[in-house]
Design a protein around this ligand. Structure first.
Ligand code: ADP
Length: 572
């Protein structure tokens, strides 16, 4: 039964019973009131008249006229108040006796007769009073009974409502509240179990449907998420490069098998741990978590992996996401990727060895060609005609260039294999500049280029390998001459800034496009359209030489306005 119907029935019945109770009570009170009113009106008055008549009868002896008058009045009232059976006959008898008394006022016998009549009337009425009071009593008892029956029914219904109704309403609400809390705590398997055919039954059905749909939705999402997670894990694991994922606090979130292999640890010992803590006992981990600013990308890491010395290039990628509805991206961690460049390194070594061997093997025959040319130029060998001299000059140029190229290639291969020997000692900067300018003097004169030196006085010595530094300056000057127009000027500046000596070669040549400024120090790089006879190695070797001496190398240039190449070396 519906709660609403239940409530309507219960409370309605209660109202009906209270109404009946009121009606029954009113009815019986009315009956009792009628009964007592009857007694008063019909019998009590008769007794009153009778008493008055008896008194006036006794008065006749003393005040005859007044007593007769009073008697007559009460007799008249009695005649008008006949209520009982036979009362009229007795009253008639009394009246005839009273008429007789009026004619013979001293007749005692008649007086006795009258008294007898009055007493009979009184007895008749007193009997009637008793009967009527019995009836009133009976009415009161019936009233009691009915009121008790209806009252008990009211009580029983009210008691039943009091006991059952609150529980009927509160229990399902309690159960429902508990279930809603469970759902809120993500326990989507929760169901409510009241199946009454009322409003709560409907509510339970709706709730269970909702919970089922939530569970279905949750499960499908969970499945999708775990599937995606598995896919990502498999993908990361199958990658040939070691990968480690860290959160913002440096806790390791994921690590693939390759990474585990090179750090020599088990997954359970690594996952969820702070990388900084692991770095205390694992040197490789320590070098992995060092931040990018240490230029670790520039120097590949040498790690023993795959049963041989392998080379890895470290890349630390900061992962950022844009939370839904927000404009700013936030960082959620880092991924360390170690790119395995062993194959390229091996190829590089092979190439370097090849270059070293070839340039070394070429150097000797080229030198002997140069020597033979010198012998040919010597008059004792024979007189040459103009055309032969011209040919010899051109062979000399080419062999000079070949010697320069093989020299640079040899230097480079020595640098790459780490075989370079630096002789760093106290060196005089003026001497280095002088040596370099002298070396390129002839070349400059060929283009009518003037090389001037602008040097501060009393500069201290520098910590440098004088030979290599001169080589670098010669390279700067050769380039400056090559890329400057004829009849121009090249300035070599020498100055001190703080604890460093700066060597500058300033030309007013064609300059360098800003796009290429950082690239000119790369190996084999030549600006498109520049002197094809070069190798693109000079500046790369210069950079290696200077950095090996703890110095810095730099270029400032503007297209069309000339370039300034500079190196700075520490003073002693
Ligand atoms: P190369 O042997 O080819 O000259 P370098 O490493 O010495 O190789 O120079 C690299 C490139 O830088 C050159 O190809 C040239 O284009 C550019 N370059 C070097 N010096 C100058 C300069 N003074 N003026 C303009 N361009 C220059």
């Amino acid at each position: 039964m519906k709660i609403k119907t239940k409530l309507n029935l219960g409370v309605g019945l209660l109202f009906l019973l209270i109404f009946i109770l009121t009606l029954v009570s009113a009815y019986y009170i009315f009956l009792i009131k009628n009964d007592t009113g009857n007694i008063l009106k019909a019998n009590y008055n008769t007794l009153e008249y009778s008493r008055n008549m008896l008194l006036s009868l006794d008065e006749i002896a003393f005040n005859e006229n007044k007593a007769i008058a009073v008697f007559e009045i009460n007799l008249k009232k009695q005649e008008a108040n006949i209520t009982e059976v036979n009362e009229d006959i007795l009253t008639k008898k009394l009246e005839s006796n009273f008429n007789l008394l009026k004619q013979n006022k001293s007749a005692e016998k008649i007086k006795a007769q009258i008294r007898q009549n009055i007493f009979e009337i009184m007895r008749l009425n007193m009997n009637a009073i008793k009967i009527k009071s019995d009836i009133a009593k009976h009415t009161a008892e019936t009233a009691n009974l009915w009121i008790a029956v209806v009252g008990t029914l009211c009580f029983l219904i009210a008691f039943n409502l009091l006991i059952n109704l609150p529980n009927n309403i509160a229990n399902p609400i309690k159960e429902l509240t508990a279930s809603i809390k469970e759902i809120a705590n993500k326990n989507y398997s929760e169901r409510v179990n009241f199946w009454h055919h009322n409003e709560f039954g409907d509510l339970a059905k709706s709730f269970n449907t909702m919970a089922e749909k939530l569970q279905e939705y949750h499960n499908s999402n969970l499945y999708k998420l775990s599937f995606e997670k598995k896919r990502l894990e498999t993908l990361i694991n199958n990658m040939h490069d070691p990968i480690i994922g860290l959160d913002n606090q440096g806790v390791i979130l994921f690590i693939n098998d390759q990474a585990l292999k090179i750090i020599g640890m088990k997954q359970e010992d690594v996952l969820g741990k702070l990388a900084a803590n692991l770095a205390l006992t694992n040197d490789l981990m320590k070098s992995l978590i060092i931040s990018e600013s240490d230029n670790s990308k520039a120097h590949p890491m040498k790690i023993f992996a795959d049963a041989k010395e392998s080379y890895f290039e470290k890349e630390m990628v900061n992962i950022t996401i844009k939370p839904t509805g927000e404009d700013e991206s936030i960082s959620i961690g880092n991924v360390i990727i170690l790119r395995n460049i062993t194959v390229f390194k091996e190829l590089d070594f092979a190439k370097t060895n090849f270059i070293a061997t070839v340039s070394h093997e070429l150097k000797t025959p080229i030198s002997s060609i140069k020597m033979s040319l010198q012998l040919l130029e010597n008059k004792t060998t024979g007189i040459l005609n103009e055309e032969q001299k011209h040919l010899i000059e051109s062979i000399k140029d080419d062999s000079q260039r070949l010697l320069k190229i093989t020299g640079e290639l040899l230097e480079l291969s020595q640098l790459e294999t780490g075989n370079i020997q630096l002789n760093i000692e106290k060196s005089n900067p003026y001497e280095i500049v002088h040596y370099a300018t002298e070396a390129v003097k002839v070349k400059a004169e060929q283009k009518q280029i003037e090389i001037s030196i602008d040097a501060e006085t009393d500069l201290p010595n520098v910590k440098a390998d004088a030979e290599k530094t001169s080589w670098v300056l010669i390279n700067f000057l050769t380039n400056a001459i090559t890329y400057s127009p004829e009849n121009s000027e090249i300035v070599v500046k020498l100055k001190q800034i703080d604890k460093q000596i700066i060597f500058q070669v300033i030309d007013s040549g064609k300059g360098i496009d800003s796009r290429y400024k950082t690239k000119v120090f790369d190996k084999y790089f030549q600006i498109p359209g520049s002197n094809k006879s070069g190798t693109g190695l000079g500046l790369a070797i210069s950079k290696e030489f200077i950095e090996a001496q703890n110095g810095t190398i730099n270029v400032e240039s503007e297209l069309g306005l000339g370039s300034t190449f500079s190196i700075s070396l520490n003073i002693v």
